[in-house]
Every structure is written in structure tokens, then in C-alpha cells.
Design a protein around this ligand. Sequence first.
Ligand code: SF4
Length: 116
Amino acid sequence: MFKVKKPCNNCPFLKNSPMFLDEDRLPEIVEHLDNNGLFHCHKTINYKKQIDTETNEMIKESKQNQFCAGAITYLEKQNRPNAPLQVAQRVGWYDPEDYLKNKDKVIDSLEERSIW
Ligand code: SF4
């Protein structure tokens, strides 16, 4: 879950990210994270096996799924990791410092993304 430690080049949490998202999408992702949700790296999800194609909901977790590094960095930068991150840190699966190395590349607030 914590193998991807660096946001990728088109991470939606990057300053100047080239990724286009609907206006509401990033706030929705952050709300989900704030409600202790996980945000998996889309590159690691097996869409055929894990996503219900009718509802678009995750129906099955997999060990291969990785937590999005950009999302983690965004939360850690604001010093508000959600409950899954806090638990993972306590059991030693996860070290915020791995992610904070890239903190300067990641937005400080959602407003930064809404200006382009
Ligand atoms: S979901 Fe994966 S590929 Fe996309 S930004 Fe996050 S870590 Fe990078």
C-alpha cells in the first residue's frame, strides 16, 4: 500500500499539474480522504477485477493497490494524516518523511489548483 512514495508527473496534487480534472473532483477526493478513505493509485488498480462497472465502486481490495503518493504528501504537508495513515505509521508500514521529501512540488491548498 505504501510502495509509491513520490507523486507522478501528472499527479492532480502537484503544483502546475498537467492533469485536467472536473472542478469538483479534487475537492471530492480530499473530502473522501478526510473521511478516512483511501485513494488508490489508479496505475495499481485492476479495473476488471476490483471495480463494479455499473456503479464505478471499488468492490474488492487487493494487496497490489498503492496509496496515491500525491494524496499522502498533500495530507502530511498539512499535518493532518487521516486515520488509515496514522494507523499505518503506528505499525511501521509508513513513514511520512518519505513523502515530505517532495512536499515542495505538492499544492498547499485546493485553491491553488482551482486557479488554472
Ligand atoms: S494515483 Fe498514482 S499515478 Fe496518479 S498521482 Fe497518485 S500515485 Fe501518481
